[in-house]
Design a protein around this ligand. Structure first.
Ligand code: ADP
Ligand code: MG
Length: 254
């Protein structure tokens, strides 16, 4: 058993929408260099927790640290610079830009900042070239190189998932939060996405992913965290969590 070495540590994080407490996580640690699966029924608060931790939403209370530094309330842009990035359940691919342009935008930040920065003329051509080179490496790796100059809107659903993952890697993160990376993808591509995830872990990256398919979770996770009604109800090695009564209740309880 490796020595615990948490990269992300969450304490008392709460997010409510009106009267609904979507997330209330007392304590959670994500181990460096491991694949952690975040499971739980629909509405458990998984995406909301990702949103908060990655700076796309605010917490109502709580603190969290990333790589030993307090990062509570930091913007997505600043977290990305520190090495923490996420992907979305519904991909944020911009269909009317080329695949390459989508990749380049991911290098310069998130959301609004990304768009603006990406469309401005480059301040320093060397940097622009480095970004393009990185994009091409990743497109090669994810087998999207042949689509490089096509509109992202012409990609299949599965290819969009690959692009979403490739984009997250533009900033060379130390940790990725993947929200349902396999959802709606055909079985062949699921295998390919899975091996990309284990490759990332084997290269030293820390991965936390939301997934519903328990076979997938069992197959690649080092650790499993189960949420229900906003709270962490169980965590542990995959086999143990799958048999945990609290987990079974969480899924059968609705
Ligand atoms: P999961 O990803 O586990 O399926 P979510 O984090 O998406 O769950 O949602 C958790 C709960 O918070 C759900 O009840 C959902 O309806 C609610 N919720 C999520 N986002 C919002 C929002 N922006 N406004 C209001 N309610 C929300
Ligand atoms: Mg979700």
């Amino acid at each position: 058993v490796p020595k615990p070495d948490p990269l992300l540590v969450v304490d008392g994080v709460t997010r409510a929408f009106g009267g609904l407490v979507a997330v209330h996580v007392e304590h959670l640690e994500i181990q460096r260099g491991a694949i952690t699966a975040l499971i739980g029924p629909n509405g458990a608060g998984k995406s909301t927790l990702f949103n908060v931790l990655s700076g796309f939403d605010r917490a109502d209370a709580g603190r969290w640290t990333f790589d030993g530094a307090p990062v509570t309330g930091r913007s997505a842009h600043r977290l990305a610079r520190r090495g923490l990035v996420r992907t979305f359940q519904l991909t944020k691919t911009l269909g009317r830009l080329s695949v390459l342009e989508n990749m380049k935008l991911a290098a310069t930040g998130q959301r609004g900042e990304r768009l603006v920065a990406g469309l401005l003329p480059p301040l320093w051509l060397g940097q622009e070239r480095a970004i393009e080179q990185r994009a091409d490496e990743l497109l090669e790796r994810f087998r999207l190189a042949h689509m490089r100059d096509e509109y992202a809107g012409t990609l299949s659903g599965g290819q969009r998932k690959l692009l979403e993952m490739a984009r997250a890697l533009m900033v060379r993160p130390t940790m990725v939060l993947l929200d349902e990376p396999m959802a709606g993808v055909n079985p062949a591509l699921t295998q390919s996405l899975l091996s990309h995830i284990t490759d990332l872990r084997d290269e030293g990256m820390t991965v936390c992913f939301v997934e519903h398919d328990m076979d997938v979770v069992m197959g690649i996770s080092d650790w499993v965290v189960c949420m229900a009604e906003g709270e962490v109800v169980a965590e542990g090695p995959p086999r143990a969590v799958a048999q945990n009564p609290a987990v079974i209740d969480a899924y059968l309880g609705r």
